[in-house]
Design a protein around this ligand. Structure first.
Ligand SMILES: [Zn+2]
Length: 738
């Protein structure tokens, strides 16, 4: 390779690694396996070593992957949080030992061998034994504060157990990994499958994606787990060896690794790595390797670390299980929102304990990038409980003339289920981002089935038992078109529903039918937010549904929502404001007169916008933007939307919004000043918020009431000056309705 070629390849590799880092660390949606990724990084490191001229300090080989995302507070680690050098080769593990021997001048070295957990690295801080903070690795120096989310982990103690005869450190950083158990991962995916949603690829990315959610209540719904295994800053020091650390973690009552191995010398290390490989599939967490560490912490300090990784440890990674087989066909599945997703139909092959005949291909773009064509020999991978994925094709073994995969052509430019029109549209739901082909027919039976499954899922109305094949049969036999039609299906019909075939019948059964009937009756009482979410209104995710449910009393009010109209009106005004701005590039002012006129117009538009913000839009979160507002308004004005509302009315189902405390203070702004006789300030604020009101720090003409107590200050004077009503606690209580 010439230096010029090397330089070009290095640039390419850096760009690739950066792209994969972004997907892995920030979006938690990697496109390639760890093995393939490690291969790219290795090639880069080797080229940089061979051509040191092109090595730079900002190369991805020189820093840890950055997992920080927007929306979290950044916190510095007391002790830098490093990653580990890793290898797939025995030789390099042995070379690691040789290095230690050289650096420390003795052959007699003790190591620990520990499972390498495939989760999301996190650092917990305990002060005087109390849990105070959880921070992701981030840049290694500072990471995202995910304390609220980590608090949802049930197995994590808030307080460390006292260990007799030992000192509790004043401050200790304990490092470990957040993960999802295989069972929880399966539960989440089963729920998604029942709901017709795209399945998550593997537990690691699902865990990483979950911890980066901003809503802790949402996080709590997915039962994350944690396991701890190493120490950061510790004051005062409490242990002197890695093995003792594991004992202490256990004694403190922290979730700890299943087993560690003590090894003297490299042969014992290598034997332990083999033993761990034989055991690791029985662990609750996914593992992808073994970590070898110098046991003695004094020696660890002596050996030190680079900017990126400690020199006293190395990770050996096991190769994932892969197999080669033939791609027989690519079929297309249609989800509840009509998204067409490709699935690989394979020549069945035995891999990692099961026979595999189908694998995920994610989307059209990925098929093109990996150059996968029908008839190809492909390599598939299955790691643990992960859904099998197609890794790569072998174009060199392809018969000439095999065409590129063309999704719309493959389905004859129509929905493979209903024959309806398809279109390539922007998708931005919880799962897919970007563009995808979608079936445009709302009454597509695949979409009907998906919506019915979703309607009954735990996250929606929790009518257990009506997912997958049950939903499919109910739609296929014409019992259900729209999800609420489920209420019209007689218990007897459900009980005798044939889930099998005419030749091999298999009925749903009395017991299951009775359960469904009980659950659907119970669901009648669920609030508006649940029903709205359950009905799969476009663009309405769980958070949006909750926000809308809190601001509308029922479907009738929502369908003709003054709030949503105001959102759209504001968007219109803002667009007009932009166009009329004298400095507008699209529409520059033509004369001084024009400029002056438009300036005046902008002032008026600003005032109108401010009026909306203070009035109908007060306290409305950004989740409810113009796109959502337009979707909701359009949906309830559309034929399917009207049909759904009419059906609910016919069924006597009238879900109520959780409009806070009947909203006695909705649209009212309070300013608090002075000390109230019986109520704490926070308490009063809580009550105002709970009743739909707002609390502001300063008095203006827009203030509805000043709630004043003893020793009220200048705010009281200001209120009198502006003629704002001033009330005391008794009056406040009376307004609240006591
Ligand atoms: Zn369709």
């Amino acid at each position: 390779m010439t230096p010029a070629e090397a330089q070009q390849r290095i640039a390419q590799l850096r760009a690739d690694v950066a792209r994969h880092d972004e997907r892995y660390y920030r979006q938690a949606k990697p496109e390639i396996t760890d093995f393939a990724y490690d291969g790219l990084k290795r090639e880069l490191a080797e080229l940089e070593a061979e051509f040191p001229l092109f090595a730079t300090a900002d190369s991805p080989t020189q820093r840890v992957g950055d997992d920080r995302v927007q929306g979290f507070r950044e916190v510095a680690h007391r002790q830098k949080m490093l990653s580990l050098d890793n290898t797939y080769s025995e030789e390099e593990v042995r070379a690691f030992h040789t290095r230690m021997v050289r650096l420390l001048g003795t052959e007699d070295l003790h190591y620990t061998v520990e499972p390498k957990i495939d989760g999301l690295a996190v650092s917990l801080t305990y002060e005087q034994g109390r849990f105070v903070r959880a921070v992701t690795r981030g840049t290694g120096d500072k990471g995202d504060d995910v304390t609220a989310n980590v608090r949802t982990i049930a197995s994590l103690p808030r307080e460390l157990k006292k260990v007799r005869g030992t000192v509790m450190p004043d401050v200790v950083e304990i490092r470990g990994e957040i993960y999802l158990t295989a069972a929880e991962f399966e539960r989440i995916n089963a729920e998604r499958a029942a709901a017709g949603e795209e399945l998550y690829a593997n537990p690691r990315n699902t865990a990483a994606g979950t911890i980066k959610q901003l809503d802790a209540a949402e996080v709590a719904r997915r039962k994350l787990s944690i396991v701890l295994y190493s120490l950061g800053h510790c004051e005062p020091a409490v242990v002197t060896t890695q093995a003792r650390l594991h004992e202490r973690l256990k004694a403190w009552g922290l979730p700890h690794v299943e087993r560690i191995w003590h090894a003297l010398g490299i042969d014992e290390v290598w034997a332990s790595i083999g033993e761990l490989d034989a055991l690791r599939r029985s662990f609750a967490y996914g593992t992808d390797g073994a970590v070898v560490k110098l046991d003695d912490m004094a020696l660890q300090r002596e050996v030190g670390a680079t900017d990126k990784a400690p020199r006293w440890a190395i990770a050996y990674k096991y190769k994932p299980d892969t197999a080669r087989t033939r791609l027989k066909a690519i079929t297309i599945q249609v989800g509840k929102t009509g998204i067409l997703s490709p699935v690989a139909e394979l020549e069945p092959v035995f891999l990692a304990g099961s026979t595999i005949a189908r694998a995920t291909l994610h989307n059209e773009e990925e098929i093109r990038r990996k150059d996968i064509r029908v008839g190809d020999l492909v390599e598939i991978e299955k790691a643990g409980e992960v859904i099998p994925a197609v890794l790569r094709s072998f174009p060199e073994e392809r018969l000439p003339g095999a065409p590129e995969f063309d999704l719309p052509a493959a389905v004859g430019h129509k929905c493979p289920v209903c024959g309806g029109k398809i279109a390539k549209l922007a998708v931005a739901d919880e799962e897919a981002q970007g563009v995808a082909w979608k079936c445009q027919n709302y009454d597509c039976s695949a979409q009907r089935t998906g919506r019915l499954g979703f309607f009954c899922s735990r996250k929606a109305l929790a009518i257990d038992g009506v997912g997958g094949v049950v939903a499919e049969k109910l739609v296929e036999l014409g019992h259900v078109q729209d999800p609420p039609d489920l209420y019209d299906v007689a218990q007897e019909t459900l009980a005798t529903l044939n889930l099998g075939t005419a030749e091999k019948p298999r009925v749903f059964g009395e017991k299951n039918a009775a359960k469904v009937v009980a659950a659907r009756e119970a669901a009648r009482a669920l609030p508006l937010e649940k029903w709205l979410y359950a009905l799969s209104v476009p663009d309405v995710g769980e958070t949006t549904a909750r926000e809308l449910g809190r601001r509308h009393r029922n479907f009738t009010e929502l369908a003709d929502s003054a709030l949503l109209r105001a959102v759209l009106q504001k968007a219109g005004l803002a667009a007009e404001r932009e166009l009329q701005a004298p400095s507008s590039r699209k529409n520059p002012a033509k004369s001084d007169e024009d400029r002056a006129r438009r300036k005046e117009l902008c002032v008026r538009l600003d005032a109108e916008i401010a009026g909306l913000d203070a009035g109908p839009l007060a306290g409305v979160p950004s989740d409810i933007g113009p796109a959502v507002a337009a979707s909701v308004v359009e949906f309830f004005a559309s034929v399917p939307g009207k049909r759904l509302l009419a059906k609910l009315q016919q069924l006597g189902i009238d879900p109520q919004g959780t409009v806070v405390a009947a909203g006695v203070f909705t649209g009212k702004t309070f300013v608090l000043t002075g000390t109230l006789p019986t109520m704490k300030r926070e308490e009063a604020e809580q009550k105002i918020l709970a009743a739909g009101g707002k609390v502001s720090g300063s008095v203006s003409k827009k203030t509805s009431y000043v709630l004043a107590g003893a020793e009220a200050g200048s705010k009281l004077d200001k209120a009198r000056e502006l003629g704002v009503p001033v009330i005391d606690e008794t009056e406040f209580q009376r307004l609240l309705g006591r």
